[in-house]
Each structure stands twice: as structure tokens, then as C-alpha cells.
Design a binder for this molecule. Structure first.
Ligand SMILES: Nc1ncnc2c1ncn2[C@@H]1O[C@H](COP(=O)(O)OP(=O)(O)OP(=O)(O)O)[C@@H](O)[C@H]1O
Length: 228
């Protein structure tokens, strides 16, 4: 589904991402972990063609993401508030996303009804702009807007950050129930990431240090790695 070959990105002469080869199969749920500055966001930005690598390539369904926009029709993401249009209300923003992806209003509304538990009464009919919501509630809008697109590939940068514990658990269950989706999820929450993801990739200083399928001992292995 996604293949990364000889990918290098440097800032100020320092390599922040250096991945020789990485292949992500369709349907995999990948948890990307690593300490602050490990290169997770930079990697996501390159996969989404938001920044250019110095060298190497990223293929989505075999096509270089820099050379074709085809991947945009089946890939949705939420990295940060910069992905939102903050002078719209959430309802206006969901309508905008619906129009962009040719989802009719009835389907947008049906989708929003299904988000009732996730939104917890804090998102819809509040009569305020996205910029006036708390960071956690802005995250909910961005994540929901990504899911509204019914993507084949979903990329979320630290989706559990700023969410209250109940919403974190609801989000985890929601993501678990999206069968068949290929997802890349970065997180500092080792508990959630090992529970949700079937494969963990550990980045350190831009390099892949570990890449393994999750099992019962993954959480304790990661905890001992990070406590060293
Ligand atoms: N535009 C930029 N200019 C200079 N350095 C940058 C830029 N973007 C990222 N970096 C550097 O690249 C490195 C990787 O940053 P990145 O944000 O990808 O890490 P991360 O793993 O997402 O970290 P965190 O867990 O803190 O979000 C860091 O040292 C960061 O300072």
C-alpha cells in the first residue's frame, strides 16, 4: 500500500528522518512511537507531500506521492489544527469537507449523528467557530473530518493528545471498528498504541529502531525500552 525507499530529510545539516526501506501493507494498523523530535511528524508530512524529502521516494499504491495526486482521493489525515478552517463552525467545516469529497449532505448528517458519543455533546450546535473550541475538541473535529472521507489510508498524528480519558477510549474503539483501513497513528501513549495497532514502528533520531507485530508482551517491552 505504502512503500518508503531510501528516504532522507535533514534540517540544518542534521538528518531528522533516514529510512532505508519500509513497506506498509493494506489493512495494517501501524503505531509510530518515538521520543520528542524522533521524526514522526516529519515522516507523516513527507508521506502527505507537505514537505519534500532531500532524497528517496514514497510510493502509495506504487505511485510516487510527489508525482501524482491520485493518493489524495483515498488518503485522509489529521496532523494538527492547521488542517482545520478555524473561522468556520464545525457544521460548516463538515459541510465543506462533504462538498470537497462529493459526499451529499444527507450522508454527512448521518455520519455526524453516528459521532454523538465521540462528540459528547461538545461539538455540534454550539454556535461558535472552530477557533473558539478547546484544543481537545478541535482534535475531535479534525479526526471526525478525516473519518468522514471514508479513506482507505488514515494518518493521525498524536490523536489521543488533549483528549479526555473517556474520549480517548471512544476514539480507540472507533478506530478499532474501522475494518480494512490502513492506518498510521503516532502516539506517546504506549498503552493505547499497543492496544490499537497490529504493528509498532519505533523511531529514534529519524531511524527505525524496532518494527514488530504487537503481542501481549509489546507494551512491557516498549515500557522497558523507554525507561532505559
Ligand atoms: N521546519 C523545520 N525546521 C528545522 N527543524 C525542524 C523542522 N521540522 C522539524 N524539525 C526538527 O526535526 C526533528 C524531528 O521533528 P518531528 O516534529 O518530526 O519529531 P516528532 O517525532 O514528531 O516529535 P514530537 O513527538 O515532539 O512531536 C526535530 O529535531 C525538529 O526540531
Amino acid at each position: 500500500m505504502i512503500e518508503i525507499i531510501n528516504l532522507i530529510k535533514s534540517y540544518g545539516g542534521k538528518e531528522v528522518v533516514h529510512i532505508d526501506h519500509l513497506k506498509i501493507e493494506a489493512g495494517e494498523t501501524i503505531g509510530l512511537v518515538g521520543n520528542n523530535g524522533a521524526g514522526k511528524t516529519t515522516l507523516f508530512r513527507m508521506i502527505l507531500d507537505l514537505i519534500k524529502p532531500d532524497s528517496g521516494e514514497i510510493l502509495s499504491k506504487g505511485i510516487n506521492v510527489q508525482k501524482s495526486d491520485e493518493w489524495k482521493s483515498y488518503t485522509a489525515s489529521y496532523l494538527d489544527e492547521g488542517f482545520l478552517i478555524d473561522y468556520l463552525t464545525p457544521e460548516e467545516y463538515f459541510e465543506f469537507i462533504g462538498n470537497l469529497y462529493q459526499i451529499n449532505m444527507a450522508d454527512v448528517e448521518e455520519f455526524l449523528i453516528k459521532q454523538k458519543e465521540f462528540f459528547n455533546g461538545e461539538i455540534l450546535n454550539r454556535n461558535k467557530y472552530i477557533r473558539d473550541f478547546s484544543k481537545g475538541n478541535q482534535n475531535k473535529v479534525g479526526i471526525a473530518a478525516a473519518l468522514l472521507q471514508h479513506p482507505e489510508v488514515l494518518i493521525l498524528d498524536e490523536p489521543f493528545a488533549n483528549l479526555d480519558p473517556s474520549t480517548q477510549i471512544r476514539l480507540k474503539n472507533k478506530l478499532k471498528s474501522t475494518l480494512g483501513l490502513t492506518s498510521l497513528i503516532s502516539s506517546h501513549d504506549l498503552n493505547h498504541v499497543t492496544d490499537l495497532c497490529d504493528r509498532i514502528i519505533l523511531l529514534e533520531k529519524g531511524k527505525i529502531i524496532k518494527d514488530f507485530k504487537t503481542n501481549e508482551s509489546s507494551l512491557s517491552e516498549l515500557e522497558s525500552y523507554f525507561s532505559e
